[in-house]
Design a protein around this ligand. Structure first.
Ligand code: NDP
Length: 278
């Protein structure tokens, strides 16, 4: 039976450490403030925004909430970001994605001051990661590195395969594994013989966006499997990109869904906010 990598426990550890750090900052008279902007009222986005605010409260970070109408124009949103960029008391700016179709997401992301880009999506942050400079790192992949490190799983020298090449998960994940000296392969929808590629992995990260896609015949005996996916199955229960039941007896460690990667994303957002004042 595989070891279950407990994202709930590890994310709680991180949040406790951050809470202490924020307490120390407050003793030095430093406050941390995150501005969270939501446009429209997509139910999933509302849940994420609420959870982010709750995490801020728990850690001792101030949060400014901007709940804007669906009809908000791109100009209005750009103007608000411009104002927040200019405010010394705002350390982080987060625009909840996806945005309504009439707003250009790339333009919005690029307008956020890269020094306040706590989501790590700005081209400056992405560039910094790829050339090994300091900068904000996309929260989900940063959380996965923490899951591995805090579970004492070595990355250096390991064959790492990331299935998925999105800008927010797959690509930054690959860069981070490379930074930790893994030997990294990125697979995607055009990859030939995917099973042969994934079976090479000592560490397999599934960020495919397809429920239960990775079955036992995609994994090597004893591999570490990280499941980034979040879906609702036919019984309305949460499941991941990995077919957990078929894989669990074959691997050495695996993240469950829920309770694996999911809780790490917000913990790392809080990490980015706290570190934005340094
Ligand atoms: P995207 O849909 O943006 O990317 C999916 C990637 O998977 C693409 O690169 C695509 O390849 C690749 N892919 C799709 N089908 C196949 C296939 N048959 N074989 C190989 N590769 C394939 O998703 P995200 O990266 O945004 O998210 C991935 C998953 O993670 C989703 O389930 C999402 O819900 C979840 N997620 C979870 C988070 C968390 O906090 N736990 C945070 C963010 C995402 P191509 O580029 O060629 O199209």
């Amino acid at each position: 039976m595989a070891v279950l990598i407990d994202g709930k426990k590890i994310s709680t550890e991180i949040k406790e450490e951050l809470k202490e750090q924020v307490k120390k900052y407050k003793e030095q008279g430093k406050e941390i403030t995150l501005a969270v902007i939501q446009v429209g009222n997509d139910p999933a986005s509302s849940v994420y925004v609420r959870n982010k605010k709750k995490a801020c409260e728990y850690i001792g970070i101030n949060s400014l909430a901007y709940e804007l109408e669906e009809s908000t124009t791109e100009e209005e949103l750009l103007k608000l970001i411009g104002e927040l960029n200019g405010r010394d008391d705002v350390n982080g700016i987060l625009v909840q994605l996806p945005l309504p179709a009439h707003i250009n997401e790339d333009k919005i992301i690029e307008t956020i001051d890269s020094k306040k880009d706590v989501d790590g999506f700005h081209p400056m942050s992405v560039g910094a990661l790829s050339i090994g400079r300091k900068g904000f790192v996309s929260c989900t992949p940063a959380g996965i590195i923490q899951l591995l490190k805090r579970s004492n799983i070595d990355i250096a020298g390991k064959e790492c395969v990331v299935v998925g090449r999105s800008n927010i998960v797959g690509k930054p994940m690959a860069m981070l594994l490379l930074r930790e000296n893994g030997t990294v392969t990125i697979a995607h929808s055009k990859t030939k013989n995917l099973k042969e590629v994934t079976k090479r992995a000592d560490i397999l990260v599934a960020a495919v966006g397809k429920p239960k896609f990775i079955t036992a015949d995609y994994v090597k005996e004893g591999a570490v499997v990280i499941d980034v996916g979040i879906h609702r199955n036919e019984d309305n229960k949460l499941c991941g990109d990995v077919d957990f039941d078929s894989v669990v007896d074959k691997v050495s460690a695996i993240t469950p869904v829920p309770g694996g990667v999911g809780p790490m994303t917000i913990a790392m957002l809080m990490y980015n906010c706290v570190n934005s004042v340094m």
